[in-house]
Design a protein around this ligand. Structure first.
Ligand code: NAP
Length: 536
């Protein structure tokens, strides 16, 4: 079983032990005491190890390896002796490979303090040899791993480096797969989360999680709560399937809480991760290819968002996969599904989500959309999917856009019916007589929450809202925009962007699992995430 270890930067014995007690309470298996700042007080090391509520790793990381200790190796030797001086001993001492190679004194003292993995002594303390690179993947990574593997005193190999892309996680998994000593292989930074969340799937000795965001000791380290609650650490195993949201940036995506909660509620052995991929197609292609071909990863699908929706179509086309006809027509896909046979499918769940949101609000079937007059505000990516969906159902769609030319170009793409699509200039919006209005502009989106596409008073005031009219805002942050608030007050049927967001996620869940999506769980997870703050 892969252990969950919480690093604690020690400032005082009392605070460190209190933090360790919190870590134990939250379900950690191990703590790492970082003694970088108290290295001049060996008695602190003895006291902490003696009273630790969890088995522990003792580390004193020098500045030259990304830590805060600035003294000589001799001082660390005293610290390690003190840590092992009490009746209770640390489970591990962690020493950098570079220091171990350089200092004969360090090697001699460690040989007295730790057990050799091949038996003999019974000191109950093992040696972790470690190598960290906070800037990139070190060119000699494999040589370092080999040196640790060959060192008789080394019980655990630890390597951590800043990932250059999502692909670096795969090398960490390979190292874990090939290891013949217990190994920790972790990637740092925005691209490295997968190596941390999936450490258990690949039988790492441990992964690190911080007590809170401020307490992280490496960039990209998740918190204990994220790992346990959001990513369901205790449920993941070698069979866990991997999904994610591909985009750039994806740090604030609402999709991970929704899909992970959905997998949990439905008892699906899967995890859903943020997957940042830089904007160029070459990055997208190289990363997706590597993740799909990684033999034991189990990468089975992705939500795809800006700027990669067009890239997904091109990628699946190049690999001979299946493309949903309407996604092809829209020119963008938001869902990748990997079949049991490895075949790829690109589809678009945005348009269906928009259609279903309106049909549910009006209690009608899709066929009853034929002939209805629908105003779409905006002519960007979201508008394309909405226009395509309503046109396919036979509605009459009027596209209002700030840049009229763009609206005309979009309308022209859907002239073949069955619906009718026309373009109109933005200033005609106040006089329109449509019965469904769909805002696909960012007007009113956080942080510009006072904006509205349809002012209710003053010059250009919108006169068309009222009972019987549907006002659908695709914006979901905030949950209720100014426009929706005013439309609701005027008696409209209102549909928030959260409805579309949840339904597009539901379409993805159903494609990936073959089961109905737990919509209420999705709604609750989204509400909970959004209620943490408008910028969450
Ligand atoms: P986009 O491709 O950048 O298009 C933005 C559109 O809004 C363009 O037509 C643009 O007009 C128009 N626009 C921008 N600023 C404007 C302003 N100040 N006044 C008038 N028009 C303006 O963006 P997108 O990807 O389509 O996203 C648009 C909205 O859809 C976002 O707010 C997003 O939250 C929402 N969305 C929601 C979901 C969901 O699941 N609920 C899914 C996708 C998107 P020009 O052509 O003149 O530039």
């Amino acid at each position: 079983m892969t252990a969950l270890a919480v690093p604690i930067m020690v400032h005082s014995v009392e605070r460190a032990l209190a933090d360790a007690a919190r870590a134990a309470e939250f379900g950690a298996d191990l703590v790492e005491y970082r003694l970088d700042r108290v290295a001049d007080d060996p008695s602190a090391a003895t006291a902490i190890v003696e009273a630790s509520p969890l088995p522990c790793i003792v580390t004193c990381r020098p500045v030259w390896e990304g830590g805060e200790f600035e003294g000589p190796d001799g001082q660390r030797v005293e610290l390690f002796r003190a840590a092992c001086a009490g009746a209770r001993r640390p489970a591990y001492l962690d020493v950098e490979l570079a220091a171990f190679r350089r200092s004969a004194e360090l090697r001699r003292v460690l040989a007295e303090l730790v057990d050799r993995p091949d038996g003999g002594s019974q000191r109950d303390t093992g040696l972790i040899l470690s190598a960290h690179d906070f800037t990139t993947r070190p060119a000699d990574l494999l040589q370092r791993v080999a040196a640790m593997a060959d060192e008789p005193l080394c019980r655990v190999i630890k390597v951590a480096w800043r990932a250059r892309s999502l692909r670096d996680n795969l090398e960490a998994f390979e190292l874990l797969g090939q290891a013949y000593k217990p190994t920790i292989a972790l990637c740092m930074g925005e691209f490295g989360l997968a190596s941390r969340v999936l450490a258990g799937k690949f039988h790492a000795l441990l992964t690190f999680a911080s007590l809170d965001e401020q307490a992280a000791t490496a960039p990209g380290q998740p918190t204990l709560t994220e790992l346990k609650t959001l990513y369901r650490w205790d449920r993941l195993d070698a069979q866990t399937r991997v999904y994610g949201v591909v985009g750039y940036p994806v740090g604030h995506s609402m999709s991970p809480p929704i899909h992970n909660a959905g997998f949990d509620a439905a008892g699906v052995n899967a995890v859903y991760l943020p997957m940042p991929i830089p904007p160029e197609y070459e990055h997208f292609k190289a990363t997706m290819t590597a993740w799909l071909e990684a033999p034991t990863l189990g990468f089975r699908g992705a939500s795809v968002t800006i700027p990669h929706k067009e890239h997904l179509l091109r990628f699946v086309r190049e690999r001979g996969g299946r493309i949903e006809p309407l996604a092809e027509r829209i020119g963008a896909a938001n869902t990748l599904t990997v079949g049991e046979d490895g075949g790829l499918e690109a589809s678009n769940t945005d348009y269906a989500a928009a259609l279903d949101a309106v049909c549910e609000a009006l209690s009608i079937g899709r066929e009853q959309l034929a002939g209805r007059r629908v105003a779409v505000l905006g002519a960007g990516g979201a508008a394309r999917a909405v226009v395509a969906g309503f046109a396919a159902c036979g509605a009459t769609v009027v596209i209002y856009n700030r840049t009229l030319e763009r609206a005309k170009r979009l309308a022209k793409e859907f002239t073949e019916g069955p619906g009718k699509v026309v373009a109109a200039s933005w200033d005609k919006l106040c006089d329109t007589c449509c019965e469904v209005f769909i805002n696909c502009t960012p007007l009113g989106m956080y942080p510009n929450v006072d904006q509205t596409p349809m002012p209710s008073e003053g010059e250009g005031a919108f006169r068309g809202v009222g009972p019987g009219v549907v006002a659908f805002d695709t914006i979901y942050n905030p949950m209720e925009t100014r426009w929706l608030r005013e439309a609701r007050a005027a008696g409209c049927v209102t549909i928030p962007g959260t409805a579309m967001f949840v339904l597009q996620a539901a379409g993805q869940f159903e494609r990936w699992t073959g089961r109905d999506a737990p919509i209420e769980i999705f709604e609750r997870a989204l509400r909970e995430r959004l209620s943490r703050g408008p910028s969450a």
